[in-house]
Write a protein that binds this ligand. Sequence first.
Ligand code: C2E
Ligand code: CA
Ligand code: CA
Ligand code: CA
Length: 279
Amino acid sequence: VKSGNRGHYRFFDQEFYARIQLRRETEAELVLALEQDQFVIHYQPRVDARSGTLLGLEALVRWQHPTRGLVYPGDFVPIAEGSGLILQLGAMVMDKVCAQLAQWREEGLHAVPVSVNASARQFNEGSVDDVLAMHVRRHGLPPSLIEIELTESIMLSNAGQVFDQLTALHAMGVSVHLDDFGTGYSSLSILHKLDVDVLKVDRAFTAQLGTGREGQILFKAIISMAKALDMRVVAEGVEDVEQLTLLQQLGCDEVQGYLVSRPLPAAEVRHFLRPGISL
Ligand code: C2E
Ligand code: CA
Ligand code: CA
Ligand code: CA
């Protein structure tokens, strides 16, 4: 029993150190990747639930790793958050999005607002509004072409600082979207405190639609609450027509998900950038 236990612990030790090792390597590689500009942005459409009209795009970062291929944010954003590199990464994403919007406008395309994900750490540094203001100015864009997505986790940081930044964003005409709604800590009280314009309901809820009445009851409650608070509701992760039909019946405002479109490289998304296009 004893030696078996030792073997057991050693196995976990090895796994634990391997994970720390990978994290360290990734951190070092991220520094280089930022210097060498190894990132690309993909864009996922968000549409009106009834008409399918394109309302906006969400910017999702990908890492073109020299040996690992296209790496998704789940494998490096948390590491960047842990090391402080998220500040540089966030500024880089903002810069790329603004450059892309400016290019689309130059080409005479109909640019829609692009939402950018911001980590709690970026709000902690008190710089989200300033970083945004700097980049839109540099690229000659109206700030209202950028939207900010944040999660409930920002409530764990300095509240006064968070409110100052949200106020500044609103003053610039930037709309604020609460991401992954329903997965966090204090969903109800947060809506009271944070002045958000759009509620993005996490795809875990969307996945429950059609599997029983519970999912619909939850969505219905969220929608009526959001309406009372004058917020729009987006369902994330809409994958099939049954989910879309139920969401339309429940009065959900907007949808996003593979049913409408996967996140796409800029070259593919440009075909959608015509006035009033429906997807
Ligand atoms: P998120 O903000 O919740 O973004 C939505 C994620 O769901 C994306 O994954 C998207 O590809 C995926 N998705 C969209 N529609 C569907 C669907 O119908 N079904 C399923 N199963 N998935 C769908 P992705 O691109 O891997 O991004 C993962 C997370 O990484 C994002 O979750 C966001 O939290 C974070 N992230 C992405 N880009 C950035 C960034 O520039 N900055 C920061 N701080 N975080 C980012
Ligand atoms: Ca998001
Ligand atoms: Ca500021
Ligand atoms: Ca989300």
